[in-house]
Design a protein around this ligand. Structure first.
Ligand code: AMP
Length: 190
């Protein structure tokens, strides 16, 4: 089983590259941002709870995120593996994911981190905001908050996987195909 954590700041291209990885390796996409947006669209309690954090660009509390991920993992049968996109975003989430994987007798194959400079991220998010319909992509102060939250709370997750010898950084600037080629080289060694 191939279980990949696709890591990087907002706007790094995780969603775009996830689609390509899924098409080639037939993995199950587990994007916590997408799951929250689905709940929001369906008007569930979980969606209402997540909305106030998402609207401000802050992180939804760990226990809420972890519960939702556990539910998705335990209800997914017959898969080649998972691609985790936008999760884990805190060290507590990474630890919970290791526990969850252990419970299901599976493990993380490795983390791939997309490296993109802050100025380019902001431009990409604003550009995405023109068509994504996401209010958090359209407001400069929300974009700033999301990048700051990434640097303060999420970046330590890279160190967590580095300590386990599971961390690979990739240049996230270039053509979509070029970046995907670099990603495939890493995955094929997992
Ligand atoms: P994303 O689509 O990954 O950019 O996520 C959009 C928003 O959903 C984030 O700004 C957070 O408010 C929330 N969110 C998504 N994933 C997580 C996570 N793993 N932990 C906490 N909050 C999350």
């Amino acid at each position: 089983m191939l279980n990949i954590v696709l890591f990087g700041p907002p706007g790094a291209g995780k969603g775009t590259q996830s689609e390509k990885i899924i098409a080639k390796y037939h993995l199950t996409h587990l994007s916590t941002g997408d799951l929250f947006r689905k709940h929001l669209g369906e008007g569930t309690d979980l969606g209402r709870l997540a909305k106030k954090y998402m609207d401000e660009g802050r992180l939804v509390p760990d226990e809420v995120v972890i519960g939702m991920v556990e539910d998705k993992i335990t209800h997914t049968k017959d898969t080649n593996g998972f691609i985790f996109d936008g999760f884990p975003r805190t060290v507590a989430q990474a630890e919970a994911l290791d526990r969850l994987m252990g419970k299901n007798n599976i493990k993380i194959s490795g983390m791939i981190a997309l490296d993109v400079k802050e100025e380019i991220l902001k431009e990409r998010i604003r550009e995405r905001g023109k068509t994504s319909g996401r209010s958090d992509d359209q407001d400069d102060s929300k974009i700033e908050t999301r990048i700051r939250v990434y640097l303060d709370e999420t970046l330590p997750v890279a160190t967590y996987y580095e300590k386990q010898g599971k961390f690979t950084k990739i240049n996230g600037v270039g053509t979509i195909e070029g970046i995907f080629e670099d990603i495939q080289k890493v995955i094929d060694k997992f």
